[in-house]
Design a protein around this ligand. Structure first.
Ligand SMILES: Cc1ncc(COP(=O)(O)O)c(C=O)c1O
Length: 470
């Protein structure tokens, strides 16, 4: 097994200040509050100001070390400031950084690398296109290409799906709270139920129901839905709660879409770039999409880069059909090249599988101990722990998760919360984490469950107040 110990600032959390945030963080957070827009969100839940980060450890300005099971929301797959990737970036920026879409060696290297990582039977069938630097832009570009290719306007998206904040991406994102008071987003979007194995019975999200509902949308002239250009689906849902659909679901979804001549867009922005142990999440299945969106981990150490991969016969747009000043930034491309080299040199796929086993075993052991843990699921290092009030009704328990997160934060562990009901602990560490970091994190998680389990169940398990002492 590869030893990545030296790639991290340390391998445990270390909280030195008597309270969090520490004095220096507090001052910067206060300044931020005064001068930055109110849409800032993460520091409200994890109140620190960051000084530096390496591997899976973040150091705040007060010298506290946090284990990062958040990884910039699934971006830092090769770890913060990975030295091998930094070297690749540094070499590139000495030469050239901004070239719009002129060819450079590093860009063509990255395209060839992306294609080489596809399943062998597909690698000669696809092309790559870079647009603006964000995931949302890749979504806009994929939708645009599908519409141009088919001459149709309707898009089907899925419950629990998250695709970004630009107008088209937001229109196909299911969480309506993001859309309050915003009218005139992209029209002609419809949502189908996404298979959610843990809630197959309790909420009617079983594979067969979801697939027949979807087929009815396409086949029934009275479904009220004009023939779509495409469906957009995350092969493994991220913000929706790290949900891995049942075996065969994706294959059937693609088969049905193609039966009705509808294109399939797989959004791999979060589950791609080796997050699940394969280059792309769908590569665990036999499903084959027409268009794929990629971003996040592609930029290696957090440099912004996004693109789409699409079947050559979908090439329907003309030069300039999807442009953007910052497409294919050379520093980001060099980071992508460095990240691919790192992944191959250190056999990250194998490492992810080993770390997945350690984390899953640890979390499943805790599931036997704490009856609020309804489900532990995931693929590779994209793991969801769903918290419920009782195992029978599966009633979501978001209050517990909010308090639990605070306890973990105070002990030096950062992670994201998500899911349909804000009741899923989303574990997305850098892929080069070590067994020691996992053991440290599991010890914090265990202690935090014990504290909150007692606090909540001492009161009433249905008490929605967060106990003051957490
Ligand atoms: C699956 C998925 N698609 C699209 C996006 C949007 O990417 P960005 O925030 O870079 O625009 C995200 C971001 O979290 C995502 O998780």
């Amino acid at each position: 097994m590869e030893n990545f110990s030296k790639m991290h600032l340390s391998e445990t959390s270390n909280i030195q200040t008597s309270e969090l945030p520490g004095i220096k963080s507090r001052a910067l957070l206060q300044l931020q509050e005064e001068i930055e827009g109110n849409n800032v969100s993460y520091p409200k839940k994890m109140p620190i100001a960051i000084k530096k980060a390496k591997g899976a450890i973040i150091e705040d300005v007060d010298g506290n070390h946090f284990i990062d099971f958040f990884a910039g929301c699934g971006v830092l797959n090769v770890g913060h400031s990975n030295a091998e990737v930094l070297k690749s970036v540094q070499e590139q920026i000495e030469n050239v950084i901004h070239v719009l879409d002129f060819p450079t060696k590093v860009k063509l290297d990255v395209i060839q690398e992306i294609l080489a990582q596809l399943p062998p039977e597909l690698k000669n069938e696809y092309k790559v296109s870079f647009g603006g630097p964000t995931g949302s832009d890749a979504i806009e570009s994929a939708i645009k290409l599908a519409k141009i290719k088919t001459g149709r306007d309707t898009i089907i998206s899925f419950t629990g799906g998250y695709h970004g904040m630009s107008a088209g991406a937001l229109a196909i994102t299911s969480d309506i709270s993001f859309r309050n008071n915003i009218s005139s987003l992209m029209p002609n979007v419809h949502f189908a139920p996404f298979n959610y194995p843990y809630r197959a019975k309790s909420n009617n999200y079983g594979k067969h129901f979801c697939l027949s509902y979807f087929e009815n949308m396409l086949q029934n002239n009275h479904s009220g839905i004009s023939k779509p250009a495409a469906i957009v689906v995350e092969p493994i849902q991220g913000e929706g709660g790290n949900i891995v659909p049942e075996k065969g679901y994706l294959e059937e979804l693609v088969r049905i879409a193609h039966k009705y001549d509808v294109l399939v867009i797989f959004d791999e922005i979060q589950c791609g770039f080796f997050r699940t142990g394969e280059f792309l999440g769908f590569m665990h299945t036999k499903a084959i999409p027409d268009i794929i969106t990629i971003s996040k981990g592609l930029g290696g150490i957090g440099l912004p880069l996004s693109g789409i991969i699409y079947r050559k016969d979908i090439e329907a747009w003309s030069p300039g059909a999807h442009i953007g000043t910052f497409r294919g930034n050379q520093a980001s491309l060099a980071a992508a090249k460095g990240a691919f080299d790192f992944v191959k040199k250190h056999n990250i796929k194998e490492h992810v599988k080993n770390m997945e086993v350690l984390l899953m075993e640890g979390l499943k052991t805790l599931q036997n101990k704490y009856a609020v843990i309804g489900d532990v699921r995931g693929k590779g290092l994209m793991i969801g722990v769903e918290i419920v009030k009782d195992l029978e009704s599966k009633a979501p328990f978001p209050e517990f998760v909010a308090a639990f997160r605070k306890t973990c934060f105070n002990k030096g562990l950062l992670f994201e919360v998500g899911g349909h009901y804000d009741n899923v602990i989303r574990i997305l560490p850098p892929l080069n984490i070590t067994p020691k970091i996992i053991a440290s994190a599991l010890a914090i998680i265990d202690a935090a469950f014990e504290i909150n389990y007692e606090l909540f169940s001492c009161e009433s398990i249905y008490n929605t107040e967060i106990p003051a002492s957490v």
